[in-house]
Every structure is written in C-alpha cells, then in structure tokens.
Design a protein around this ligand. Sequence first.
Ligand code: ZN
Length: 346
Amino acid sequence: MKTHLLSIFLISSSFLTFAQEAGFRSLISRSKPGITDTIFTIRAKNNTAVQIPMTIVKGRDKGPTFTVMAGIHGMEYPPILSLLEFRKEIDPALLKGQVIIIPIVNQTSFYTRTPFVNPLDGVNLNRAFPGDPDGTITEVMADFLTKEVFASTDVLLDMHGGDVGEDLIPFICYYDNKQFRNQTALASRLSEISGFETIVAYPYILSPDQPAMYAFKQAVRQGVTALSIEIGRLGNWRKEEVSLAKKSLFRLMAELNMYGTKSANNVSQVRARYNKQAYVSVPVQGIFVSEMAAGDRIVKGAEVGYITDVFGRKKLPVYAPESGIILYKIGTPPVNKGETLLCIGF
Ligand SMILES: [Zn+2]
C-alpha cells in the first residue's frame, strides 16, 4: 500500500475549471493500485478557497468507479466517521475498479460547526447543483463535483444524517427515474441489500431548465447510478450508526462485484419501503411544540404538534396531511416560515 500526499494549488482563477479538470482526471488516471490521499484546493473568482480531502483506492483489476462522499453538511457526523473507518479497512488488493472517498466535502462547515450552509457564503451546497464556475465558493464546489467527480463516477453514494436541528430515522434512498431504467433498477437493488431497514424512493421530477439542486439528483441527471443515505440525528452520532453506514459500503461493493463476494451477507434487511412522501412546511415562524419523534406512525388529520409565539401562546396547530411514518422532522424548538417541518413516508 502506497500513500502519498498530492496538493494541487491553483494560481490563476481564470484557469480554474481547466486546472481542476486536469488535476482531478489526471490524478484518477495516474494513481497506481493502492491508496492515494489527496487534498484538492478549489478557488472561486473572488479568491475564496477551500480544500477538499479525497482518497483514491485503486485495485489491480479493472472495474467500476464507486464514489462515496460525506460532509456536504458538516455537522452530519455518522457518515463522516464511517468514511474514516472505511478508509482504514478497505484493502486495495481485494478491489476491482476504484473507490473515490471524500470524507468531508465541506470542511469549513465541519470545523466551524455550522449546520446546513457553508459559512463562507451562506450557501447550502446541497441546493447549489449543478453549480457555477463563476459563482461563490460553494457554487464553484458544486461545479467541480458535477463536472469532474460525478462525470468520472459509475455509482455514487452521497451520505447525510440528521443535522443539529433534524430528527430522522435511518434510511437509504434513490430517485425513481424512468429515463435511466438500468441505473434506477441498480439503485433499487443496491438499496435492498444495503443493510438499511427502510428504503425511500423519491419521484424524479426535473424539467430540462430546472437545476437539480441536490448532489445525488444532479448525478442521476448525468446518468450515474446514485443513492443517498440518512443516518444519525440532532447533530449527534453513535457507534452503531457509524458501523451501519460503513457496512453498507462493503455490501454495495460486493453487489457491484468490486469487493468480496455477495454471499450470505447480502440478504435484504428491508422492513419498509416508502414510494410516496408528504411534506409539511412551517406556516409561520415560532416555537414548535410536539410530542412526536421520527419513526412515529401518524394518521391523516392528527395533530403533530403546534407552533407558539415567543410568549408560548398557542398559535397554530399542525396536522398530518397523510397517514404514514415520520421519516424526518425538525427536532428542535425554533422553526421558520417555509422550512420543511416534517416528511411523512407512506
Ligand atoms: Zn445533509
């Protein structure tokens, strides 16, 4: 196993896209079998820069390129920690193809403990796709991932969890995209054997002039087989969550014939599949009072909770629009108009 550090620093922002392209693609093609750690520096035209750590794990035999990334949201810890363990455990001698590990996409958010957005520009990276090479730093990061990373990827897993204000149950999800039927079928199959008990299939609705916004939706648009997971809640992490996320990576690689054997480990653990989702938006800023938690079953029309003003006076009850399971909800008191208060799977 050979490990070396390669840093690529860009001198002129006018060569940004070209230089990053040259850097990333040549790194992929030049890296030898084994493990290569890299730090990429991404720079916006206003000279703001960020560093993205990446590890290329390359096998001796040819095979698919599997990209796994976490930390698009820097306070979603179980996926980030799972990728650090995965990086230690994966043996390139047993690998066919290559794995690109991006353990912390948004290091600025991670180190400043900032939920959802990049504090450098206030932009949520998971709403910024496909990105913009001439935009703010987060938009440039999205552009880099779109044009370089996703374009070099066969299968993508974008890993998320419950950020500091989010309560959720663990699940794996994909888009039910009718345009790329093979990729959708593979995403469904990978979800089945991932080890997660809950699968969520989102409808894929995207007109040609609409930005994908989400990282894995952008990858789907580009014809990549793309999935996402959600694990961990309220900005916290537990060992079992880190372990489940890590094991899912080995299961996926086995199913892709990249690593190990499918064997008995790759049986479905699925207990629930939700092909439809209903969302409730926050109607007014206030304090959300609710006895319910993610994973609770709810009946259409039942009160989920209510929103009070700053004096605690009851303002507005919130009702469930459908019967089903609460997949995720805001888990801390403050709520702002227009935010997604909860999502019901059914
Ligand atoms: Zn996230």
